[in-house]
Design a protein around this ligand. Structure first.
Ligand code: IKT
Length: 356
């Protein structure tokens, strides 16, 4: 486990912050990063500082503000490549990158030297992550694929490919961010006191003033959860319309009953029924302070007849970036350990303990 090479697909907020967090982890070597414009590959280890400086502020603010595949081929960008008033640049702004018509293929072609690939890509089409996985299957990759996807229905699409992952030697870790991810894992631990779990409530708070530019893709994905939107209508909002939605809420948007995969991931781990899981939260894009404390509440019945609630709280000062990217790398390391033990297929965060 001393040396793990990994690649990041997407140089938006999540991709860049993952690279940054990995600088604090001795055993992790980032060797590749791409967006739809190009690929940076260096098996001696990317110069993360240079790459971050080159891509910082290089934000896509238009629709599709997230790395989305247009054709299952190239990775289209977001927060990567298109400045609101500027030229499309993306990762090729880095001196380590070269332009490419098919950056995913460039990563796959070097797959032998890459232990894990983090798909740091917002999912504006439900089958986007599964389609990216298909490309790795077709390209003969064997290693770890890991994503930070949100939507429940995507898990089933990945499960349908379970046997193919098995045959290919791919360990796919899905939903490995904060929720699903860290908070799903916390719910699984909190559930251990009970013989029956009746409710899991995940309630998150995110303050995103200084991180707003970097996380527009996430905000757009969140807006898709409001009752009056869905994934397509949120994707198609212009930048001005997106701002208008935020203004309508005075910068503070509350979400209820989000379709977050914590439900199916807890069910497939045997913790509780998916319908007993609820996910909601409050996003404040005008302040950095969390508008509410992120809390996981697990209610159940103990073997000796008590009904109780175990709770798990995140500190109000841990940022969303810390709570998404730290766990993603922890789960990545666990995925590599499983892969090296020849354990393949689809795994969720409730089935794995992330490695520190
Ligand atoms: C995610 O990226 O996992 C989902 C986002 C919520 C993150 C919760 C972090 C909580 C915290 O930092 O206290 C959001 C739904 N996009």
């Amino acid at each position: 486990m001393n040396d793990i090479t990994f690649a990041v697909l997407g140089t938006g907020g999540i991709g860049r912050r993952t690279l940054e967090v990995s600088q604090h982890e001795d055993e992790l070597t980032p060797v590749a990063a791409c967006d739809r414009h190009g690929t940076a590959i260096d098996f001696d280890g990317l110069d993360v500082e240079e790459l971050l400086a080159a891509t910082e502020g290089n934000i896509d603010s238009g629709p599709g503000d997230g790395d989305v595949a247009t054709d299952g081929g190239a990775v289209a960008d977001a927060p990567s490549g298109v400045k609101q008033h500027g030229e499309s640049v993306g990762v090729v702004a880095s001196e380590q990158a070269t332009p490419s018509d098919d950056p995913i293929q460039a990563i796959i072609d070097h797959g032998d030297g890459i232990d894990a690939v983090l798909l740091a890509l917002p999912n504006y089409e439900h089958d986007f992550i599964p389609r990216v996985a298909d490309r790795f299957l077709e390209g003969g990759y064997s290693g770890v694929l890991i994503d930070v996807l949100k939507r429940s229905r995507v898990i089933e699409m990945l499960d349908e490919r379970g046997e193919d992952f098995d045959d290919a030697g791919i360990t796919f870790v899905c939903g490995a961010g904060a929720t699903p991810g860290l908070l799903t894992g916390a719910a699984t631990l909190a559930a251990q006191s009970f013989v029956e779990v009746t409710d899991v409530d995940i309630w998150w708070g995110v303050g995103l003033k200084s991180g707003y530019e970097d996380n527009r893709g996430t905000v757009r994905e969140d807006i898709a959860h409001l009752p009056e939107y869905d994934i397509e209508t949120a994707r198609d909002l212009s930048e001005a319309e997106l701002e208008a939605v935020i203004d309508d809420h005075d910068g503070v948007i509350e979400f209820e009953d989000m379709e977050h995969a914590d439900d199916v991931l807890l069910e497939r781990a045997g913790v509780c029924d998916a319908e007993d899981v609820s996910v909601g939260g409050i996003l404040d894009v005008r302040r950095d302070e969390k508008p509410t404390t992120t809390t996981v509440s697990v209610t159940g019945r103990t073997f000796d007849g008590e009904t109780a609630t175990n709770t798990f709280e995140l500190g109000d000062a841990t940022s969303m970036e810390a709570n998404v990217n730290g766990p993603a790398l922890g789960y990545l390391k666990t995925g590599v350990r499983r892969n090296r033990a020849d354990e393949y297929g689809v795994f969720g965060p409730a089935e794995l303990m992330p490695r520190f």
